[in-house]
Design a protein around this ligand. Structure first.
Ligand SMILES: Cc1cc2nc3c(=O)[nH]c(=O)nc-3n(C[C@H](O)[C@H](O)[C@H](O)COP(=O)(O)OP(=O)(O)OC[C@H]3O[C@@H](n4cnc5c(N)ncnc54)[C@H](O)[C@@H]3O)c2cc1C
Length: 392
């Protein structure tokens, strides 16, 4: 087994690092969490970074060149994601790049490809994902939002929930029911919806960290031109299922976690109190997290490696998502335990160690085992598809 990257890959890694050294502010602490941390300043930096990344064609580097990518290898994409996530750089993740664009590439018409894909790779359009509903999350096929054909339009009525970055998105990638009579998996279609269409109301939700990263989105007689249907009518469920596979290589959790661990180690090493530096319990926990991060990183590396060998990762991606999200929570817990009473102070407090990052991570990490498929759902996939056990 050879775990080394090739000289070309190492060179590319250095190029990404150099880019980040140039573009990120010297005091950059990382975007972190799922919220609106940093407010307008972070958003402005994010816009700037997107433009620079688009210039280099790095935003969607794995996409084919004809759609504005670099046809980069899976390993190159992994290296890019790893470096971006290690620094918590804005622009490192986009739903447009991760699954909307790939779905349009697979199922869209030529006209749709030409119109929408370059605006994703150019960083002009930001997309949100309109799947979950109050009564449809893990069991997404139960969704009730309806799209009814009326002349040249579809008319959308219903409610979505937990829509990340709904407010900051120009476009929404919507799954809606188009045949209420058909079995539930066979009556769903996917649409591209401009988020400023009349009849759409976005109501931000505040999470337990006080951030408003996601929203409820209400549709009241929203007219979407029939040209915005993507793929075949009533085949949306199968398109969503395929599109979701683009999301789950999982290196982000391990790369970001490695940076957090390094900060914690530095904190302990520089602590003036020797009892903290030598605290056996903290040392053991930090050592455990270090081992887990190393193991998780290789779990994540395996996925692009499989893709590079022509294999299609399936339950392997669930292993990475499950292990990475639960490790994110363990690491955040270790962090707040290590920082002691001060570890609970929010960013902005002058006494908050490590700029309050751990308090933020601790609260926002709760969502990591829910977003993009819960831990129970991942375990179920691993049990059935990975271990060959019957469905529970
Ligand atoms: C931070 C965050 C961002 C999100 N962003 C988006 C977004 O941008 N767009 C979007 O559409 N959605 C988004 N979601 C929604 C997310 O996809 C759902 O929350 C998730 O799929 C779980 O669905 P649910 O909340 O309805 O919980 P439920 O599905 O109701 O689950 C409740 C509990 O039951 C368990 N459970 C459910 N079914 C099973 C089963 N078959 N076997 C065992 N246990 C089961 C679950 O694991 C969970 O513990 C986001 C969620 C979060 C937390």
């Amino acid at each position: 087994m050879d775990f080394r990257f090739t000289p070309e890959q190492e060179q590319f890694r250095e190029e990404v690092r150099e880019f980040l050294r140039q573009e990120l502010p010297a005091d950059w602490q990382g975007a972190g969490g799922y919220g609106d941390e940093g407010g307008e300043a972070t958003r402005e930096l994010s816009r700037r970074m997107m433009a620079k990344l688009a210039e280099r064609k790095w935003l969607a580097m794995a996409w084919p060149e004809e759609y504005g990518g670099l046809a980069a290898s899976h390993m190159q994409q992994l290296i890019y994601n790893e470096e971006m996530s290690y620094q918590g750089a804005p622009g490192s993740f986009s739903m447009g790049v991760a699954w909307v664009g790939p779905a349009i590439m697979l199922y869209g018409t030529d006209e749709q490809k030409q119109r929408y894909l370059p605006r994703i790779t150019g960083g002009e359009d930001v997309w949100c994902t309109l799947y979950s509903e109050p009564e449809a999350g893990s069991d997404l096929a139960s969704l009730q939002t309806k799209a009814v054909r009326d002349g040249d339009d579809f008319v959308i009525n219903g409610q979505k929930i937990w829509t990340s970055n709904a407010q900051g998105s120009q476009w929404g990638w919507l799954a809606a029911r188009t045949d209420p009579e058909a079995p539930k998996h066979k009556g769903i279609s996917t649409f591209m919806v401009s988020m400023d269409t009349p009849g759409i109301t976005i109501r931000p939700l505040i999470n337990m960290a006080g951030q408003s990263g996601f929203s409820e989105v209400f549709f009241e007689n929203v007219r979407v031109p029939k040209e915005n249907l993507v793929g075949e009518l009533n085949r949306g469920w199968y398109q969503v299922a395929v599109a979701l596979d683009f999301e789950r290589s999982g290196i982000q959790a391990y790369a970001g976690g490695r940076r957090t661990l390094e900060r914690l180690i530095e904190f302990v090493q520089q602590h003036p109190d020797e009892t903290v530096r030598r605290n056996p319990m903290l040392r053991m926990r930090l050592a455990d997290r270090a081992v887990e991060l190393a193991a998780g990183t290789y779990i994540a590396y395996r996925i692009p490696w499989m893709q590079s060998q022509g294999m299609i990762p399936n339950y392997e991606a669930s292993i990475s998502k499950l292990y990475g999200s639960e490790l994110t929570q363990r690491l955040a817990l270790t962090g707040v335990q290590l920082l002691g009473t001060y570890g609970g102070l929010e960013p902005g407090s002058k006494w908050a160690p490590l700029h309050g990052r751990l308090e933020r991570s601790y609260l926002s990490s709760v969502a990591s085992t829910i977003a993009a498929g819960t831990s129970e759902v991942q375990r179920s996939i691993i049990a059935t598809r990975g271990l060959g056990l019957p469905r529970g």
